[in-house]
Design a protein around this ligand. Structure first.
Ligand code: PLP
Length: 458
């Protein structure tokens, strides 16, 4: 009978949209260590950051308040797509013949197709409030750039995007999307900045990397009074803005009458992972048992094979030194198709949580990830972004391990975006052209060598 059919979607009313962001800094057992000025080795004060960021975001970066109110103007824009749905993956469970229950939170319903607008809108809002008229940023796969282009368009700001060369070539329609929202997009490394020109001189065919594109965007913003820099991941305030995801998911799991044993997100810089997991980590820190898993590519295994130390956030060494897991700021990941996961560093907050044993990480090869993505699409319908497919693969591996151990687990993962602009990657996978890149230890040791002489965290 219809009313006995198992429920698939768990939806919240608009009135249930979270009104506050959750700040995990108030609950962390060991506080995150401060960013340092590379010249002096001293903690970076707010004044050093004002050329790049509005004061409100600088204050959020260091805030110890547990909750920070979301401005009404930001909530008004969130309402265009939030609250996002939470699904029970019944068909996938059946296909796997698993005893476990699998849930996913779907962030691909945003206008840009991923979780990234959750922070893009907030950042554009605070910049506008403080008088900036233009934002400069980098983008990997184009998801972040399109999210910021969308947010700037709605709030009336100009937007300049430095897009990693390999994605610029692989994903021309992401570029068109950014242009539709009024942004100016150039391939990075570009000849428009000193950092870009320096790389091009040495490597004219450089595929680019997030580290290089960040240098270009920071240089652009630092050189103009009307422009601020906007980062789509890694920083504390970015992770903070994403916590609407996990807060909604907590309420939706309650609607489903379930609570996750395992919470999973893919990991690039850490924002979608943090967005889902931080509100659950609040419960874990308070004593609940939850396994929290970050899934990264074997071609860029920052959390699983990097070192926790102070490093620059960019290749051109323009940013403060961040305490984080890193493969070294010179590391240029192989051009895998999950462009948004090709970052040498990691969010300092997540790095600290890994260090404290509250979060663990696994790394996967891209052919395995695409196989899981295709299995997921064939059962749940949604074609995932290659980045998000890492979380799917993590969920499938978790369910498999539980079945092998004769256990039943409740698994929740973040489906951070759809893959409608990533079909060339799927074509390559079907053609058998995807390379499985697993890094040599020597290469990691070489790029970590660039960290000699930098301070080490306590
Ligand atoms: C769909 C999607 N998921 C995940 C990521 C990785 O970023 P983060 O680790 O900040 O969530 C990206 C980055 O571009 C993305 O586009």
């Amino acid at each position: 009978m219809a009313d006995e059919a198992p429920q698939t979607k768990f939806l919240l009313e608009e009135s249930a949209l979270p009104r506050r962001w959750y700040n995990i800094q108030s609950d962390m057992p060991s506080p995150a260590q401060p960013p340092l000025h590379p010249g002096t080795g001293e903690p970076v004060g707010p004044d050093a950051l004002t050329p790049l960021f509005p004061m409100e975001l600088i204050l959020q970066e260091v805030s110890q308040e547990a909750e920070i109110p979301i401005p009404d103007a930001v909530l008004d824009i969130y309402r265009l797509w939030r609250p996002t749905p939470l699904y029970r993956a019944h068909r996938l469970e059946q296909a796997l013949s698993t005893r476990s229950r699998i849930f996913y939170k779907y962030e691909g319903v945003s206008p840009a197709g991923s979780h990234k607008p959750n922070t893009a809108v907030a950042q554009a809002y605070y910049n506008k409030e403080e008088g900036r008229t233009r934002l400069a940023t980098e983008t990997g796969a184009g998801q972040w750039g399109s999210a910021l282009a969308f947010a700037c368009r709605l709030l009336g700001l100009e937007c300049k995007v430095y897009m990693v060369r390999i994605s610029y070539d692989q994903k021309p329609f992401r570029r068109s999307l950014m242009q539709t929202w009024g942004a100016t997009v150039v391939a990075s490394p570009s000849d428009e900045t000193q950092s870009g020109r320096a790389i091009l001189e040495e490597h004219p065919d450089s595929p680019g990397s997030l580290g290089i594109a960040i240098s270009e965007a920071v240089e652009d913003a630092a050189g103009r009074d009307d422009t601020a820099y906007s980062l789509g991941s890694v920083l504390n305030h970015v992770l903070l803005h994403q916590t609407v995801i996990g807060q909604e998911a907590l309420a939706q799991m309650e609607l489903a009458g379930a609570f996750p044993d395992v919470v999973i997100g893919c990991f690039g810089g850490g924002s979608n992972f943090a967005g889902l997991s931080f509100p659950f980590l609040r419960e874990k820190i308070a004593g609940r048992e939850i396994d929290v898993l970050a899934c990264e590519p074997a071609a860029c295994p920052t959390l699983t094979r990097g070192t926790f130390t102070y490093d620059f956030g960019d290749t051109g060494k323009l940013t403060p030194l961040m305490p984080m897991h890193t493969l070294g700021h010179d590391f240029i990941p192989a051009p895998i198709h999950a462009g948004g996961l090709r970052y040498h560093g990691a969010a300092p907050l997540v790095s600290q949580l890994v260090r404290d044993g509250l979060v663990r990480a696994e790394a996967y090869l891209q052919n395995d990830v695409f196989a899981s993505a295709v299995l997921f699409a064939g059962n749940e319908g949604i074609v995932p972004a290659p980045e998000a497919a890492h979380a799917i693969h993590g969920a499938l591996e978790t369910a498999k391990a539980a079945d092998e151990a004769g256990e039943q687990r409740t698994i929740l993962f973040n489906l951070s975006g759809h893959g409608h602009f990533d079909m060339a990657a799927y074509d390559n996978y079907f053609a058998g052209d995807l390379e499985d890149v697993s890094l040599e230890q020597e290469e990691i040791e070489r790029t970590l060598g660039a960290l000699a002489g930098l301070p080490t965290p306590a």
